[in-house]
Design a protein around this ligand. Structure first.
Ligand code: HEC
Ligand code: HEC
Length: 217
């Protein structure tokens, strides 16, 4: 279902729609998108601020709102670690724990007065470091250009896993500019039958930042 939602997001890009139609010869379907009204539940915990900054970069708050109720602090913290390890959310361990604590209180079974919640919330580094801005910019590019509808960090989706790409180009000194070109102009035949559409709206700087990110995985 989530995969379908992601695919629908991808299809909203006209060029990609056209591409899919060519590929599948599918008749256009009428798809009603839900209104993007979903917000995170408010809280005074520091994890709330962090979550609004870090958890809505790649997907809407619905992903969080539709989790099973009554998940405990450990389960929510593990969910945040999963975002970090499987999908590439860029968080410090302390911030991940603080977000887990907030989510367990706002959506799960924990209380703001639980000692373990207070402890996890204290460790958050709400101070922003300048390097985080570049990371955030790359994350925004990844989500605004539907990259993550077709790619994951560590597994094959429509396109190859970013880790596989990094491995293939590991010894190629030209890799960063080659991949930046592939991202901007599209790619076909290097990995399989499925082509990647051109992302010609991206500037050179943006596609370089994206290819550097991919090569770091
Ligand atoms: C770098 C991108 C990215 C960021 C940042 C991110 N997520 Fe996700 N998240 C994903 C992807 C990809 C999926 C899986 C989508 C799918 O299955 O179609 C997902 C799915 C989810 C789900 C659904 C359950 C599951 O495990 O699949 C929840 C809940 C969730 N994310 C919570 C969070 C929270 C909380 C944060 C903030 C700490 C966060 N996400 C940040 C990419 C991200
Ligand atoms: C509609 C699905 C789709 C989207 C959206 C998409 N990709 Fe791809 N991507 C693919 C496929 C499929 C391939 C393999 C193409 C091939 O075989 O040459 C690929 C290949 C790549 C490659 C390897 C190119 C090479 O020369 O080996 C990189 C890097 C890449 N994608 C990054 C991105 C980034 C970054 C974005 C977002 C700006 C993105 N992709 C968006 C499907 C997609």
């Amino acid at each position: 279902m989530r995969l379908i939602n992601k695919t629908i997001q991808a299809l909203t890009f006209a060029t990609i729609t056209a591409l899919f139609m060519q590929l599948t010869h599918a008749a256009p379907k009428q798809i009603k998108l839900p209104p993007e009204t979903a917000k995170l539940r408010k809280s005074k915990l520091p994890g709330y601020t962090l979550a609004t900054q870090q958890c809505l970069i790649c997907h809407s708050a619905d992903y969080i709102n539709f989790q099973a109720p009554n998940m405990n602090q450990q389960q929510w913290t593990d969910e945040v670690f999963k975002m970090q390890h499987s999908y590439g959310a860029q968080l410090s361990k302390a911030d991940a724990k603080s977000i887990g604590a907030y989510l367990a209180v706002a959506y799960g079974s924990a209380k703001a007065t639980d000692p373990s919640i207070i402890a996890a919330s204290k460790s958050a580094t709400v101070v922003k470091n300048p390097a985080a801005d570049t990371t955030t910019a790359v994350q925004a590019l990844l989500s605004n250009n539907a990259c993550l509808s077709c790619h994951a960090i560590d597994k094959q989706l429509v396109g190859p896993a970013f880790q596989k790409i990094a491995l293939k180009y590991k010894n190629d000194a030209q890799a960063q500019s080659k991949l930046a070109t592939a991202i901007q102009k599209g790619s076909v035949g290097k990995w399989g039958e499925m082509p990647m559409p051109a992302m010609s709206n991206l500037s050179n700087t943006q596609s370089k930042a994206l290819s550097a990110f991919v090569l770091k995985q």
